[in-house]
Design a protein around this ligand. Sequence first.
Ligand SMILES: [Zn+2]
Ligand SMILES: [Zn+2]
Length: 345
Amino acid sequence: MLAYTYIEHGKFGLLEKPIPVLEDARDAIVRVTLGSICTSDLHIKHGSVPRAVPGITVGHEMVGIVEQVGAEVESVKPGDRVTVNVETFCGKCFFCRHGYVNNCTDTNGGWALGCRIDGGQAEYVRVPYADQGLNRIPDTVSDEQALLVGDVLATGFWAARISEITEEDTVLIIGAGPTGICTLLCSMLKKPRRIIVCEQSAERIRFVREHYPEVLVIGPENCKDFVRKHSDHGGADVVLEVAGTEDTFRLAWECARPNAIVTIVALYDQPQLLPLPEMYGKNLVFKTGGVDGCDCAEILRLIAAGQIDTTPLITHRFSLEEIDEAYRIFENRLEGVIKVAIVGR
Ligand SMILES: [Zn+2]
Ligand SMILES: [Zn+2]
């Protein structure tokens, strides 16, 4: 089968590899019908994910059809359409039992697919702990509607959940990339008084204005003043930082009102400064981390009910054979790309 592979620093390539086989009674083999490219794939390509292993098949955002299951798999069977979770988790350890599946203590716990073990920019993928890692897609939900469930949408959902948003709140979301928009969609479900999105790119500002006209949009230069003017208590009640650029961590806590929750979803390239003397008396609550992707069944229910729709984010479609071109467009942010879909064979 064809598998897009991390060859060496800076180089991915489409290689011919054997179809994966079951290695454990809890595994499933999934035929990938639709996949996507995530910014984390680019982080692997450019060497900022040291645990990524050269030779592995990349890709951790995909949907497909179950081909084969191990003897102990109970929740899915061959023929089922499923979403694949970016995270591998056992479901039994202390962290899994508390919903902190990102910290699963299993050897392959956390982000393994397409990083430490073969992922899904390929014709087939082996999914460990299939009962946890796969969710059946309702018949009324299409592959494109479900494509982002296992990664960026799970992240947005988790971010909105831990941010404790109420209907009185002014919510500031910094960054309107794919994860930022998913965070926006999931924050909207909480019906806050207002949502402000801070974004630099003119194309992405236009995208938000066109699709979500009820949301206020502002550039980073004027963000602080704008938030102060458009909030009830001198700043945002909740800030979600999804941009991860040089100045956005500072912007996040500066735009927050005293006692606000500041949720850091972004993955930074560099350490960030926490200037506690400047923050003293602001009594902020910071929440940080990687997604606990354990809400996929609920997300699929919300998609089926018409409450979340990420299909406008899929701006480009390519076949697996054209994946180099898909990466070129995605990596260089050409043609207004937000997400690409890689159509299986
Ligand atoms: Zn990702
Ligand atoms: Zn676990």
